[in-house]
Design a protein around this ligand. Structure first.
Ligand code: FAD
Length: 389
């Protein structure tokens, strides 16, 4: 790997920075930097701004509307967006379901679903997990029974992130109960407003509503909303989950969190022991960034398969978020237990200006070592890959 400064990469970074300075609305950035869950309006609004520049789908191939960036350019783009306070876009649409649609879907599905995602017009929720099917996803029970040119869907999904924002849900459903569990699963796109779809909020430990249970009671879904063949859902899901885990170190988010920690620490009396702990997480983050850049440099070549990069980066990146979050709360001292309501007017809350949102984010980040495949599962995958366990 070559560590020499790359002038083309720096020119690209400067272009992204200039774009962010000009186009990221400051009030949107201020809301994002506080660390509460972003609103649908901010996330889709930002997608529309990016779309106007042709940048809303950094990971898509050019033929479907992506900008044709290299993995390094995507990394730099995400880093600059995170540091500037750009809200997230709809990852479940842009990063998860869209690649499944353009890899396994029909021309008609590509034409129907991708343009609205690219423009930031539709929100998608991921309907995979069920009350008794998380790590063991293949045991899912939501049933889809064929009736002419429709499926009739019955069952329940859970933990559906931002499901209450969703126009569409992409779901794994069981279409065959006779064959091996993995073979009986299909991948359906379900209009979230179909009769028979009901959502119930799950309020998470941070007091926010971003998660949902979703119930399907005799929901009619046209067969042309199935992606891939009947029984090919597991293949689509594996492809999607590999994308979800790949390069998921969240270096940009970790950098944003570290910057906030340092800003917070600067409001405290000097404390050498605390400064050393900040230096430790900063060193960990620098190492994680190097590992991420290595994985990016290897993407697409044979060496990429030589180590389980996605699992390793997921474990390291998620645990680092929790460590930095814990230091942020520690820096708040007794203010760490204050409830900072998200909608409180600026200047009315106690503590330093960085305080609102920190404890809520710290609490929510308990989940980063669970979603997308828990860290215990990732460690199993690493052990299997390297130790043949
Ligand atoms: C905040 C959040 C957002 C989420 N968003 C979505 C979403 O949008 N859509 C969606 O479909 N799902 C979503 N999920 C669900 C997520 O994918 C599951 O929670 C996750 O896969 C774990 O499954 P589970 O909760 O059923 O736990 P379980 O699978 O029951 O696991 C319980 C515990 O046992 C451990 N464990 C299980 N099996 C093994 C094993 N073989 N070896 C060692 N340890 C094991 C796990 O690591 C975990 O600690 C979300 C979850 C969270 C917390």
């Amino acid at each position: 790997m070559n560590f020499a400064p790359d002038t083309a990469a720096e020119a690209f970074r400067a272009e992204v920075r200039a774009f962010l300075r000009e186009h990221l609305p400051p009030e949107m950035a201020a809301r994002t930097l506080r660390g509460y869950h972003a609103s649908r309006d901010d996330m889709l609004g930002w997608t529309r701004i990016l779309h106007a520049r042709g940048w809303s789908a950094p990971h898509w191939p050019r033929e479907h509307g992506g900008p044709g960036w290299s993995p390094l350019q995507r990394h730099l783009f995400e880093e600059e967006c995170a540091l500037a306070g750009a809200p997230p876009t709809c990852a479940s649409a842009l990063m998860l379901v869209a690649p499944v649609i353009y890899s396994f879907g029909t021309a008609a599905q590509i034409e129907r679903y991708l343009p609205p995602i690219l423009r930031g017009d539709t929100w998608w929720g991921q309907g995979f997990s069920e009350p008794n099917a998380g790590s063991d996803l293949a045991s899912l029970k939501t049933r889809a029974v064929r009736d002419g040119d429709h499926y009739i869907v019955n069952g329940q999904k859970t933990w559906t992130t931002e499901g209450h924002y969703a126009d569409w849900l992409f779901c794994l459903v069981r279409t065959d109960t006779e064959s091996k569990p993995q073979r009986g699963i299909s991948f359906l796109l379900i209009d979230a407003r179909s009769p028979g779809v009901t959502l119930r909020p799950i309020i998470s430990i941070d007091g926010a509503h971003s998660l949902n249970e979703v119930f399907f009671d005799d929901v009619w879904v046209p067969v042309d909303q199935r992606v891939g063949d009947e029984g090919q859902g597991w293949q689509c899901a594996k492809f999607l989950l590999d994308n979800e885990r790949a390069f998921s170190a969240e270096v940009p988010r970790n950098k944003r969190m570290l910057a906030r920690l340092k800003a917070l620490a600067a409001t405290l009396a000097p404390d050498a022991a605390f400064a050393r702990r900040i230096a430790e997480v900063e060193a960990e983050l620098a190492a994680l960034e190097m590992l991420t850049l290595r994985a990016l440099a290897e993407q697409g070549n044979e060496r990429a398969t030589a180590w389980p990069a996605g699992s390793i980066l997921h474990v390291l990146g998620s645990e680092l978020q929790q460590k930095i979050g814990a230091l942020q709360v520690q820096a708040l001292a007794e203010r760490g237990i204050v409830d900072y309501p998200e909608d409180a007017p600026a200047g009315t809350l106690p503590g330093p200006e960085q305080a609102p949102g920190i404890t809520a984010d710290f609490l929510y980040r308990r989940a980063v070592t669970i979603y997308g495949g828990s860290n215990e599962i990732q460690r199993n995958l690493i052990a299997r890959h390297w130790l043949g366990a």
